[in-house]
Design a protein around this ligand. Sequence first.
Ligand SMILES: Nc1ncnc2c1ncn2[C@@H]1O[C@H](COP(=O)(O)OP(=O)(O)O)[C@@H](O)[C@H]1O
Ligand SMILES: [Mg+2]
Length: 352
Amino acid sequence: MEKALDAFCLEGRPVSCERYGMGHINRTWLVATDAGRRYILQQLSREAFHDIPALMENVRAVTEYLAERTDDPRASLHLIPTRDGACWHRDGEGEAFRVYDFVEDSLCLQATETPEDFVQSAVAFGRFQYQLRDFPAAALGETIPNFHNTPERYRQFDAALRADPLGRAKELGREIDFVLARREEAGTLQRLREEGSLPLRVTHNDTKLNNVLLDAKTRRALCVIDLDTVMPGLSAFDFGDSIRFGASTAAEDERDFDRVKVDLGLYELFVRGFVPACGGLSAEELQSLPWGARLMTLECGLRFLTDYLNGDVYFSVACPEHNLVRARNQFRLVSDMEAKWDRMRQIAESAR
Ligand SMILES: Nc1ncnc2c1ncn2[C@@H]1O[C@H](COP(=O)(O)OP(=O)(O)O)[C@@H](O)[C@H]1O
Ligand SMILES: [Mg+2]
């Protein structure tokens, strides 16, 4: 690790380097130097990311753009250059490293402690949309191709169903019917995107609470972190995935499906934090937000079901039926959103 650190232009000499945070993808260390500076060192996951040069180019472009537009150094991430002037370093074994300034006096929550924490995550991701509203989103690399292309996810499901390598399809009649009955509407966002009815935006694509830093004193949104999945997309993607994860009344793998519902109170709080922070979404975009919630949830359930058919090759599982439980859980959430659809639309459309 110390060797990798040598590659970067730090202020002072490193005096400590300890594992840090609760991230599940990269390996993260907190580094302190004898000049009293602190940094975040990360080794990027080569398993999760297949095009690290493109990924780091996205991160560099977005962080530089944000830094040029704010005076507050804690309002965005700052990459520390290497001695060669690059924004990341590949060591002799092919491992990829980067260094950020440590955002001091910040708080990273694993779970909300109050509803206001959820509002602040909405503000952080909405503000991210706003700050990048004029960024040329199409110039970003699509580091995970077709990430939220739901019709393409259906094609992957079709292929898994045809192959059915473990003979699991025969127990899945209800789930398969559920998915196929929604094929047409599942293409709504992709169609609007292709038609150009919705603006192409910079999306974060991993809008979990622990990818937001709050100010430790005020507990208000400071910045978003973990920009590894930043890509061109729709505002409905970030909004929708936040609702899928943050406004569900149960965990993603809760087996008591009667407990899985969308909490309209939390949904409304998120809308009221997100929409104003985005600073002017068009009428079409406002209408797309509840679709984002519904379709990100359907798509996620579809991916779990596809992986179950494929023999659990993508998502890690703790038991053989784990992906099936997750899929059923997400489908239950979709059904609850369908039942509450009119209200979800009213809340979004009245938020302008
Ligand atoms: N610049 C930073 N300043 C302070 N803490 C950070 C910074 N970058 C990351 N962290 C902490 O490290 C954790 C893991 O970083 P993250 O980039 O989210 O990695 P992963 O992709 O593994 O989730 C975060 O949840 C946060 O606690
Ligand atoms: Mg993270």
